[in-house]
Write a new protein. Structure first.
Length: 274
């Protein structure tokens, strides 16, 4: 992580970099133009209505959560050039490069529909799953609906990006029990704060930051989000689920290893996905 070096992206103010370095996250506006946000929304609404047919390779697309009524699409960039282009959107990669201090590589995309009544996601750290090393990973989380407490925005523990990975230890989530959390019980000194994100803005957070989301308590408002997870070009490994990893041109990075000896929490968690 850079020591608050002056950002090169015109979208990133020094205050964003400071917040990212000190608290582990920041919210940046204007990475996707309003028409691009509309296009992302329209693509995934089409998917909701018509299913896998909207992807370039149609029926080969596998939904992760069919039983949960398409709560999310997993790795859609592997099946659509349009989604890949959104995941590799140059202004997005520019901000990621500033925050990482190195070129980002795309490891994962997701689209969350999070309709009214959907549960949230338990508290976790992304690099527990990605196992990127020696550098960690980073998320770019773009709100398609304004995300607020009522519709289930993210909660984060500011400063927890400096923590090591918390290994699962069993027991109930002492903060809020929804979704699956690998952080059980919740660390005593952790104080989660909600992070509202306006439509079209992008929240960035580091791979060690403890985060999760609340349920969508709205009757008629979704909390849709387009998410990319990236590793830094200095990484030499990432978990199997995230291969193939792509560079800015969409080319596969062939040199990355898949960890085989287990992460900091041992072999039993290898292959866990969030
Ligand atoms: O959007 C959410 O509710 C959870 C997303 C998340 O945990 C992530 O992108 O790492």
């Amino acid at each position: 992580m850079p020591a608050a070096a002056p950002p090169r992206s015109p979208l990133l103010a020094p205050a964003h970099v400071r917040q990212f370095v000190e608290e582990g996250y920041c919210v940046v506006e204007g990475i996707f133009a309003p028409a691009e946000v509309d296009a992302i929304e329209a693509f995934f609404e089409d998917f909701r209505s018509h299913g896998a047919a909207v992807f370039d390779d149609g029926r080969r697309y596998e939904e992760m959560d069919p039983a949960k009524a398409q709560l999310r699409a997993m790795h859609p960039h592997r099946h659509s050039e349009r989604v890949k282009a959104w995941g590799l959107h140059p202004p997005l990669l520019g901000v990621l490069a500033d925050l990482l201090g190195r070129a980002p590589l795309l490891a994962q995309t997701m689209y969350y529909f999070k309709p009214p009544g959907a549960k949230g996601q338990g508290m976790h750290q992304d690099n527990f799953y990605l196992l990127a090393a020696p550098a960690t990973c980073i998320a770019a989380w773009t709100a398609i609906d304004a995300a607020e407490v009522e519709n289930g925005c993210l909660y984060v523990v500011p400063g927890s990006h400096r923590h090591d990975i918390h290994c699962p230890s069993g027991g109930a989530d002492a903060w809020m029990s929804y979704g699956d959390s690998h952080i059980t019980p919740f660390p005593r000194d952790a104080r989660p704060v909600p992070v509202p994100v306006p439509r079209g803005a992008t929240m960035f957070f580091g791979g060690q930051l403890i985060h999760g989301s609340g349920p969508n308590r709205c009757r008629d408002r979704s909390r849709r989000t387009f998410i990319g997870h990236y590793i830094d070009e200095a990484s030499d490994q990432v978990a199997e689920f995230y291969h193939p990893v792509l560079d800015a041109r969409g080319e596969t990075i062939g040199r990355l290893r898949m960890p085989t000896g287990g992460g900091p929490c041992g072999d039993g968690w290898l292959g866990a996905t969030h």
